[in-house]
Design a protein around this ligand. Sequence first.
Ligand SMILES: N[C@@H](CCC(=O)N[C@@H](CS)C(=O)NCC(=O)O)C(=O)O
Length: 206
Amino acid sequence: MLKFWELAPSPNSTKVRMALRFKNIDFEAIPVDPVDRDAVLKMSGQVLTPVIEDKGIILNDSEAILQYLDANYPESPRLFPRDRGGRRECEDWKKELDEKIAKPWMPVFFHLIGRFEECDQDALKSYHEALAWLDRLVADKDQIQEGENKSICDLRVAEWATYALPGPGFIARCRLMGKSKEVFAVKNGQFKHLERYLEKWNGFLA
Ligand SMILES: N[C@@H](CCC(=O)N[C@@H](CS)C(=O)NCC(=O)O)C(=O)O
C-alpha cells in the first residue's frame, strides 16, 4: 500500500491527502514530527514533507507527487487535464491563487504555529478579501474552472480556504485546525457559498 509521510496541517501535505482521497487511492499515513526529520531524511534523502513511497518509488515534493498520482493511477479520476491548453489554464489559476490567497495566508499561519508573535492584521484582511472573491466565484458552481479534468483547481482553492473553514473531521484529526478556525476568524455563514463548495474537499481531510 502507498505510504504517505505527512505533516498536518501543512498545505503541501493537505494537498497530497486531498489528492489521494479524491483519486480513491488506499494509503497509510505516517505522521512526521515537525522537530524530528530523521526518518524522512533517512528514507528520502531530504527533510521536507510530504513524501510518498509507492511501488518501490520514493518521491518528495507535493507537485511532483500530484503528477505522479495522475500518471500512475490512470483508472482513478484525473486531477489535471491532458491537453496543453487546459494545463496552462490550471497553472494560471495556481498563480492567481498564490498571489491572492496564499501570500496573505502565510503570515497568519505563521502566527497560528507560533512562529510570529503577532497576527498580521493587513494580511488577515487580504486573506478575507480573497475568501470573499472566491465565495462570489463559486456562488452557483461545484467546479471553479470550466472543462473536464480540472479538479486540481478546486483542490487548490480548498488547500488555502480550509484554514478558515475547516470541516469537523479535519479539526478532529488535527487539533491545530480548531485554533486555525479561530485565528483566521471567519464567522459561520460569512462565506456560505464557499462553505458548501468546500464540503467535499473538507470531507477528504477528515
Ligand atoms: N516544494 C515542496 C516544499 C515542501 C515543504 O516546504 N515542506 C514543509 C512543510 S509544508 C516542510 O517540511 N518544512 C520543514 C521545516 O519547515 O522545517 C513541496 O511542495 O512539497
